[in-house]
Ligand binder design. Structure first.
Ligand SMILES: C[S@@+](CC[C@H](N)C(=O)[O-])C[C@H]1O[C@@H](n2cnc3c(N)ncnc32)[C@H](O)[C@@H]1O
Length: 184
């Protein structure tokens, strides 16, 4: 796994693999089962287990910089969570294209925390198909954090509208690139 962030301090923190219990559990969705399978105790802190840690390479990279993105190996899964909405819409389009360039021909993109209309149109244009898996439930979890301030903040999230014919493309967070098999 390759993990990237523009912020050197963030990469330093992640590379240390060490977190306080509060840092790990302040997000209410983090279960005790996840904590025990991911970390072991180190004094009062938690440290990522070595068998997980050794599989991750960390690097500083700006998703907008094609020269930093292109050397990253193509991936089965690309995860882009909760940062595209910090960018301008023009930058978000560039970032989305760079993220798609990291996908293998058959791969999945996990993307949330992005302007929903942009995600809707850009996934469609890129030929990415929504995975029909727990779409309302995953959207509901995101709403608990981002629903109340919508539409008053840029990171707010609109409510699910399953009356829309295209609701799965709009509200999914997992999209598949799976070109049809060649005819035999
Ligand atoms: C709100 S945090 C999200 C962290 C994590 N993905 C999550 O969902 O909890 C946003 C992260 O995006 C990083 N970031 C912001 N702009 C970036 C860029 N242009 N390229 C790479 N990372 C960026 C920030 O440094 C920060 O660590």
């Amino acid at each position: 796994m390759t993990a990237a962030d523009i912020d050197a301090g963030m990469i330093e923190k992640a590379s240390s693999a060490r977190y306080s219990r509060e840092e790990v559990t302040k997000n209410g969705f983090v279960s005790e089962e996840f904590v025990t399978s991911t970390f072991h105790r180190k004094g009062d802190d938690l440290e990522v287990k070595p068998e997980i840690r050794e599989r991750i390479a960390f690097q500083i990279a700006d998703v907008l910089d094609a020269r930093l993105i292109s050397p990253i190996e193509r991936a089965d899964i690309v995860v882009a969570q909760n940062f595209l909405y910090h960018l301008s819409r023009k930058q978000s389009r560039t970032a989305f294209a760079h993220l798609c360039s990291l996908l293998k021909p058959r791969a999945a993109l996990f993307v949330d925390g992005m302007d929903i209309d942009l995600r809707h149109s850009l996934t469609g244009k890129a030929g990415l198909r929504p995975l029909d898996y727990l779409i309302p439930e995953i959207h509901g979890d995101a709403l608990t954090l981002r629903g109340a301030p919508w539409p008053w903040t840029y990171w707010g999230l609109e409510r699910l509208d399953i009356a829309r014919a295209d609701w799965k493309q709009r509200y999914a967070t997992i999209y598949l690139r799976d070109p049809p098999s060649p005819a035999i």
